[in-house]
Design a protein around this ligand. Structure first.
Ligand SMILES: Cc1cc2nc3c(=O)[nH]c(=O)nc-3n(C[C@H](O)[C@H](O)[C@H](O)COP(=O)(O)OP(=O)(O)OC[C@H]3O[C@@H](n4cnc5c(N)ncnc54)[C@H](O)[C@@H]3O)c2cc1C
Length: 902
């Protein structure tokens, strides 16, 4: 066993499924993911499940805050944590970078074209909140605090054929834990990584001071990342909440090469501050305000001065070389590493924590019970194989990003000048968007979607391939969770089983308020929105504006076509004239398919247009089926009333009364026996399948076109980079020649040289800029608009495909419920008929002779069956209502995508 020092005498031996070392972001996410994926579902406290070892006595959140990029949110969503944090942390879209040397300011968007609303955005979060959100999902006792890893080893599993091994870890209190999997999430100085034989992290030659400024009365700073670039320094600040601002200063204060435990702070006068300074908040702050950051603007220094001393840290920035990640040994039998232990990186792309979250999902998926890997060691190997490439790419991107953004070095020189030129002219415009693309990576779900009736697996795989798999946002569970959250917030009291009543009430409320011309009260579910928008908005526009699940669901329910549907069915039942419904139809504010087709016509091919039109037609037909079903359910429910009175007479032992009501049971019809309803289910299902195939085909075509367009764009960017590089080299060469010339010509000319040099460089740069600008503007615009419209088309198809897929599955569920209910009704009818026959055949003597007893037994059985069928009918009604809402929601999303393009 590899001894890491500090191990004591052996006290206990515990057997568990998985041991995770370290309760940081990676450790907690891994433990949670393993549980959620079913690998270690038993509780760790009593032995058996997953155990997290943490050397400290509590959760530690060094660094106060961090920014979570979309890839992190995708992972948090898969873990079921995102919804806890997103309401608390507002997203931001832009970064404003000010070069303090030139005064130039550049603005860039993180998402580029991918920027969208919803959960998945760029948000800064408090580290502690993130850790606690994960920790509270673990069963008590899972995290063993004050447990430092002291030794690691492996041993053959008892009775494990095929050479399966167990990981064995020793703690410094003498406890020994055996597990099927050991994951080292013990940070940058990982003992597990060392045991595996991975290369030691290297120093990037830079360090970072981080702090959290607190303004109890509110700071009033705009929600964006402000960055300032100076000599060998990059500082930034971003508001996290109304009172807190996270700030950082990345600087060149540690020598590159071997890892440094503490930064050696170098002040301009070459004075070295003692290493202890890094642990003293006062000294750190003084260093920032008086030395490192003395060129920084006063607004930044003011933020730094408001820092909470407990959250001030100064840490050297370490990384593992990308080639060491690609080739190093990150797994040995059932032992592996995740997070910083696997791929420590510089924080310049804010990706360390996000990549750790991705690791957790991928590892748990590889080890999950549904994974094809036969043993934990194979699962671990599959995880490492999947993660290596991406991790190495992010580490390299982050290093390049930091090196360039900080201007390589604080010492002026040709290299620094060239890097700054590259940064100011090329990096933010062309390279950063490429790097930012990696932040939109979706690591997928914890487990593959469950197989469905044979063909489901293939369908799910297809969907994954074309990126149109079932989306959480569309999932019924998520919708129900949305409802529950509304309930929890106290805005709307909702019980899942009361959805139909709630839906109806909400629609009626909405309609009556619209008639009165007042803002809708239903907006109380979203206080912010009702505060901001006083005037009444078209429901479809409202849905378009917001993507939060609650708002979206409510908006969907309030669409006029839904309202029309409900009013129609209500009128039908109450016998009101259909003219009123027709009038309501005329006022319908939802964009109709024909209009959409017109909007699409201009830019899409006829095949795509056809697929989309088919989608809208099919969704109309699906709405119609839902409407019919709801009417049938109503009929079934009223039939149960007559059944109730029939049963009541039998219970009362009154044969005569029973004999009179017996015919009622016989005439009780089955509203679901209609073959037309069943065949329309089959038809709509087939239709949805073929539409899905057509949409996927179109999606594939658009994706191919997009790839070509991107390749062309990349090639032209590369040409531009080469051209600009050549221009930069030429300007340096010209400058050198001028300098030489100046030296030769004499002191007088030398005096004039700086001015001439400056003018020359400016002119050369201006010439390069002019060359860039001279590109025909029209061509650039055209290319951008082609790619943009392809992207939008892809989004439309994605949305339609998701809607089609989800709806297909919803309708399947509904059709199964209908079949069950129909069978139940048939069975009950048969029983009722039998009862009625017995009652009619028997006479009063039978009662006296006790022969009436079997009829009562039969009636009791019938009552039980009717009560479960009633529940089934309620469930079906709820499903149909939700299905209807899903149809409209999917349509609104497609409408949104199309109207974006139009
Ligand atoms: C300046 C800076 C800014 C950053 N900003 C961002 C950002 O904005 N966004 C982002 O995504 N990432 C950011 N990161 C990166 C991010 O902080 C890390 O990648 C992330 O914290 C790594 O988490 P981890 O769980 O792997 O390691 P850690 O957070 O280091 O956790 C390791 C845990 O293991 C425990 N441990 C260690 N050894 C043992 C042992 N022998 N026994 C038991 N327990 C042990 C430790 O006590 C600790 O709790 C930043 C990093 C820095 C330095």
């Amino acid at each position: 066993m590899g001894d890491l020092g500090g191990g004591g005498e052996t006290k206990d031996v515990i057997d568990v499924e998985a041991v995770v070392v370290g309760a940081g972001i990676a450790g907690l996410a891994t433990a949670l993911a393993l549980r959620r994926a079913g690998f270690a579902a038993r509780d760790g406290g009593g032995g058996g499940g997953v155990v997290v070892l943490e050397r400290h006595a509590e959760l530690r959140a060094t660094g106060a805050a961090l920014t979570v990029f979309p890839n992190g949110w995708f992972a948090l969503r898969a873990l079921g944590i995102a919804h806890k944090l997103t309401p608390r942390y507002q997203p931001y879209e832009t970064s404003v970078v000010t070069n303090l040397e030139s005064g130039a300011t550049q603005v860039f968007r993180f998402g580029g074209h991918k920027s969208r609303s919803g959960e998945v955005r760029v948000r800064p979060v408090h580290r502690r909140e993130l850790l606690e959100a994960m920790a509270e999902e673990l069963p008590p006792g899972t995290i063993r605090f004050s447990s430092r890893l002291a030794s690691i080893g492996t041993e053959p599993a008892a009775g494990g054929g095929g050479g399966e091994e167990l990981a064995v870890v020793g703690l410094d209190d003498g406890t020994v834990i055996r597990s099927r999997v050991l994951v080292g999430c013990d940070g940058v100085h990982s003992a597990v990584a060392r045991w595996l034989g991975m290369a030691e992290p290297a120093s990037s030659g830079r360090s970072c001071v981080r702090g959290l400024a607190v303004y109890p009365g509110g700071h009033g700073v705009r929600k964006e990342l402000r960055q300032f670039l100076s000599h060998g320094l990059r500082a930034g600040m971003v508001p996290i909440s109304d009172t807190d601002i996270y700030w950082f200063v990345v600087n060149n204060t540690v020598p590159a090469g071997k890892p440094a435990q503490m930064p050696r702070i170098k002040i301009c006068s070459n004075l070295m501050i003692k290493r202890e300074a890094a642990g003293d908040p006062e000294k750190i702050l003084r260093e920032v305000t008086d030395n490192l950051g003395r060129h920084l603007p006063e607004e930044f220094l003011d933020v730094a001065r408001h820092s909470d001393p407990d959250n001030l840290t100064w840490a050297p920035l370490l990384y593992r070389a990308p080639w060491a990640i690609l080739t190093g040994r990150a797994a040995r039998g059932p032992v592996t590493v995740a997070g910083d232990a696997f791929h420590p990186m510089t924080p310049d792309m804010a990706q360390g924590g996000c990549a750790a979250l991705e690791d957790a999902i991928v590892l748990a998926r590889a080890l999950s019970s549904r994974s094809p890997s036969p043993s934990p060691a194979d699962g671990v190997a599959a995880y490492v194989a999947e993660r290596r490439g991406r991790a190495a790419w992010i580490v390299a991107g982050a290093y390049l990003s930091g090196y360039v953004q900080q201007g390589s070095t604080s010492a002026p020189g040709v290299r620094a000048a060239a890097v700054k030129l590259f940064r100011d002219w090329i990096f933010y415009r062309f390279v950063f968007p490429l790097l930012a693309d990696t932040m939109w990576f979706d690591c997928g779900d914890l487990v593959a979607p469950p197989p469905r009736d044979g063909g489901g697996e293939e369908e799910a795989a297809d969907c994954k391939k074309s990126h149109v798999g079932p989306d959480h946002l569309y999932h019924r569970d998520t919708i129900s969770r949305g409802f529950l959250r509304i309930k929890a917030s106290g805005e709307v009291h909702f019980k899942p089983s009361q959805s139909r009543i709630w839906i109806r009430e909400a629609i009626q409320q909405c309609l009556s308020q619209k008639d009165q011309g007042t803002p809708r009260k239903a907006n109380r579910a979203c206080p912010k929105r009702s505060r901001n928008s006083k005037k009444f908005m078209c429901p479809s526009h409202q849905a378009m504006e917001s993507m939060s699940i609650e708002e979206e669901y409510i908006s969907t329910l309030h669409t006029r076509s839904n309202a029309r549907f409900f009013s129609r069915s209500k009128q039908q039942l109450s016998g009101v004239e259909m003219e009123a419904a027709a009038a309501a139809e005329q006022q319908d504010a939802v964009v109709v398919p024909a209009e959409l087709q017109r909007m699409m016509h201009r830019r899409t091919s006829s095949e795509i247009e056809l697929a989309m039109a088919g989608y809208f037609d099919a969704s109309d037909e699906a709405s119609e089926i839902c409407r019919q079903l709801l009417a049938n359910i109503k009929n079934a429910q009223s039939n149960y009333l007559s059944m109730d009175s029939f049963l009541a007479t039998i219970v009362s032992d009154s044969v005569a009364a029973a004999a009179t009501t017996a015919p009622l049971a016989a005439v009780r019809s089955n509203p679901f026996s209609d073959a037309a309803t069943r065949s329309s289910f089959r038809r709509i299902h087939d239709r949805y399948s073929s539409i899905l195939r057509a949409i996927k085909r179109s999606h594939g075509k658009v994706a191919r076109k997009l790839r070509v367009a991107r390749a062309v764009r990349k090639a032209s960017r590369a040409c531009l980079v080469v051209a600009c590089g050549a221009a930069a080299a030429a300007s340096v060469a010209v400058a050198a020649h001028l300098l030489l010339f100046g030296l030769l010509v004499g002191p007088a000319a030398m005096a004039l040289c700086p001015m001439a040099l400056k003018r020359k460089v400016t002119n050369t740069n201006a010439a390069a800029a002019a060359a860039v600008d001279a590109r025909p503007a029209a061509r650039r615009r055209r290319r951008r608009s082609t790619t943009g419209s392809l992207l939008r088309l892809q989004e439309q198809l994605d949305t339609a495909a998701k809607g089609t897929y989800v709806l297909g599955r919803d309708l399947d569920t509904v059709s199964h419920l209908v079949a069950r209910l129909s069978d139940g009704i048939e069975r009950e009818n048969a029983m009722a008929r039998r009862c009625a026959e017995r009652v009619a055949a028997d006479d009063a003597d039978a009662v006296v002779a006790g022969r009436f007893f079997p009829v009562q037994e039969m009636a009791n059985e019938l009552r039980r069956s009717c009560s479960s069928s009633r529940k089934l009918a309620e469930e079906l009604e709820e499903h149909v209502c939700l299905c209807l809402a899903t149809i409209h929601r999917a349509r609104l999303l497609v409408i949104k995508e199309i109207s974006k393009q139009a």
